[in-house]
Write a protein of this length. Sequence first.
Length: 78
Amino acid sequence: MNKDLLYIESIRDCLERIAEYTAAGKQAFLDSRLIQDGVIRNLEVIGEATKNLSSELREANPGSWLSAKNPVRLICVA
């Protein structure tokens, strides 16, 4: 299996976990260190996975989050 595909699947899984952890809303997130830690850890995993994506994949997708220098920042700001 292509390594890029493994990284993208990992990113997708982390995003799904973050959505699950934050489903109760902003206040639940702010009130729970456990939820905060889970979200932060998954953002770290996303950051590592995006660093490992191939330059070929980045170049083949100009203008997408894949070509961003820091895709995690795009997620956090959005």
